[in-house]
Design a protein around this ligand. Structure first.
Ligand SMILES: Cc1cc2nc3c(=O)[nH]c(=O)nc-3n(C[C@H](O)[C@H](O)[C@H](O)COP(=O)(O)OP(=O)(O)OC[C@H]3O[C@@H](n4cnc5c(N)ncnc54)[C@H](O)[C@@H]3O)c2cc1C
Length: 450
């Protein structure tokens, strides 16, 4: 098979790249390992029609490409349910609060936490998102971890524990494993910690009707109608290139093109054999971008019983293994859905447990937040993302200490006739669907005039 451009991966980055290449009047083949499009977004439809976004689900202000895509595909966007109070369960005590920061924390913890939020926002704004390695004192920031920063700046144990919950919710990784420079870049890229942890007015504000995989499928249909060719169940194994083109070897055959756009997550890019070999610094970057670890969990109840009690379904707790919850109920159903996450080390620890044991732990956490009614869901579903062969984790790759300043630049550096995309390469909204879309468009622009 032959095309002007071969796009590797049919997640949002790959689809955005395909669309932009097609708009240049060039032919495109998209090769995808899975038997579906959407990558780290996935929507499972239950036998009774209930759909659950097992992967990426939210969209919020500033994510213009994603809102625009939903509009173009005729998909309704609706707000997450956030009406009512949130719950804090800390040190064995339960309280209810309004707003982002729980005012029910002891005053000193509250002061320390509010200061910590502001300080991180301030530091993040000083890291240039296009080139974080050029930040002032980049090398020092890159040698430290977010965990070091927490210990130095949040002496109050409750403030530190709360901030750790917030960081793990955003990165799906323990703060001790995240380079402080990368963390600050990521926060700036997503318009700040407050924005990333907020629902109304923040990154968890809205949902797309029918789910995020449905949106990717509708987009794919449109692209295929326009002439894009899609090969599913075609894992890329080898990418050869010379001065005139690329040859992409997949399990379904060989595709030749003038250019290749690789949108694979860093962790699965490492399994592809490049001939000639991928530049050493790019390989080191892929190795250094370790995928976050998440098990996403859903407990479905006959009714959203927490709403009757004036609760939003949002909760934060220090006990674990599930530290946060959200109301994930689609508007068209009578049942209520609570969503929770095992993140970072908790996800690693619980990945090999039985689903029954995980369910027990999740509903126990929900019961601490919302009362004993949470113990008896009509349905429980979860998904262990680190065990997905073609993702190896999520939400995204996260840089450990030293990665950004030594090899960070190589993330987007062209490699002969191969261009790099994928949410980890994004400047804005890195780690998010929006970042994936922007990265795909950017990679296609890089070959627009050649
Ligand atoms: C549980 C979870 C919750 C999330 N929540 C949100 C959220 O609420 N909002 C948000 O914006 N983002 C969220 N994210 C992150 C978001 O889903 C990702 O940032 C985004 O989907 C990444 O898109 P991508 O195209 O860069 O990568 P991917 O979606 O990973 O696409 C890469 C594609 O390449 C394919 N591939 C991999 N290896 C090969 C190979 N060797 N050959 C061929 N194909 C290959 C994969 O199958 C995949 O389809 C979440 C992710 C998860 C998993």
């Amino acid at each position: 098979m032959k095309a002007d451009v071969v796009v590797m991966g049919a997640g949002y980055a790959g689809l955005a790249a395909a669309e932009a290449v097609q708009a240049q009047g060039r032919s495109v083949v998209v090769v995808e390992a899975r038997d579906r499009v959407g990558g780290r977004t996935r929507t499972d439809v239950m036998d009774d029609g209930l759909w659950l976004d097992i992967g990426g689900q939210w969209v919020g202000p500033g994510q213009d490409r994603l809102y625009d895509l939903a509009r173009r595909m005729g998909r309704e966007v609706w707000p997450s349910h956030t009406k009512g109070k949130s719950v804090l369960h800390f040190g064995g005590k339960r309280s209810e609060y309004e707003g982002l920061i729980p005012k029910t924390l002891p005053p000193l913890a509250l002061l320390n936490l509010a200061w910590g939020f502001k300080r991180l926002e301030w530091m993040a704004r000083r890291v240039p998102v296009e080139a974080p390695w050029e930040a002032r004192r980049a090398a020092t920031l890159d040698q430290r971890t977010m965990g070091d920063w927490l210990r130095r700046n949040l002496p109050h144990p409750k403030a530190r524990a709360m901030m750790q919950v917030a960081i793990e919710a955003v990165f799906a990784m323990h703060p001790d494993e995240i380079s402080l420079l990368h963390g600050l870049f990521y926060l700036h890229s997503g318009e700040g910690l407050e924005n990333l942890t907020n629902s109304a007015g923040g990154a968890q504000q809205d949902r797309v009707a029918g789910g995020m995989q449905g949106l990717a499928e509708a987009w794919t249909e449109r692209l295929v109608e326009g002439g894009v060719e899609l090969m599913l169940e075609a894992p890329v194994r080898v990418v050869e290139q010379d001065e005139v083109g690329v040859v992409v070897h997949t399990d379904k055959g060989v595709v030749r093109g003038e250019y290749g756009i690789c949108t694979l997550p860093p962790a699965t890019t490492l399994d592809v054999e490049f001939r000639p070999g991928m530049p050493e610094r790019r390989r080191a970057w892929c190795e250094g971008m370790r995928p976050g670890q998440v098990i996403k969990c859903f407990a479905v109840y006959e009714r959203p019983f927490w709403r009757v009690r004036g609760l939003s379904g949002e909760a934060v707790g220090d006990q674990g293994p599930v530290h946060v919850s959200f109301d994930g109920t689609p508007p068209e159903i009578e049942e209520g859905v609570l969503v929770g996450f095992f993140e970072g080390r908790a996800a690693t620890r619980w990945a090999d447990e039985t689903v029954e044991r995980r369910q027990e732990a999740v509903v126990a956490a929900f019961a601490r937040f919302f009362g004993d009614q949470a113990l008896t869901p009509v349905r429980y579903v979860d998904h262990v993302w680190p065990q997905e062969e073609w993702s190896k984790g999520c939400y995204a790759g996260v840089a450990g200490p030293g990665v950004v300043t030594t090899v960070g630049k190589s993330a987007r550096e062209p490699f002969g006739r191969v261009r790099w995309a994928g949410t980890e390469t994004a400047i804005r909204w890195s780690g998010y669907i929006e970042g994936a879309i922007r990265s795909g468009t950017r990679a296609a622009e890089e070959i627009a005039d050649v």
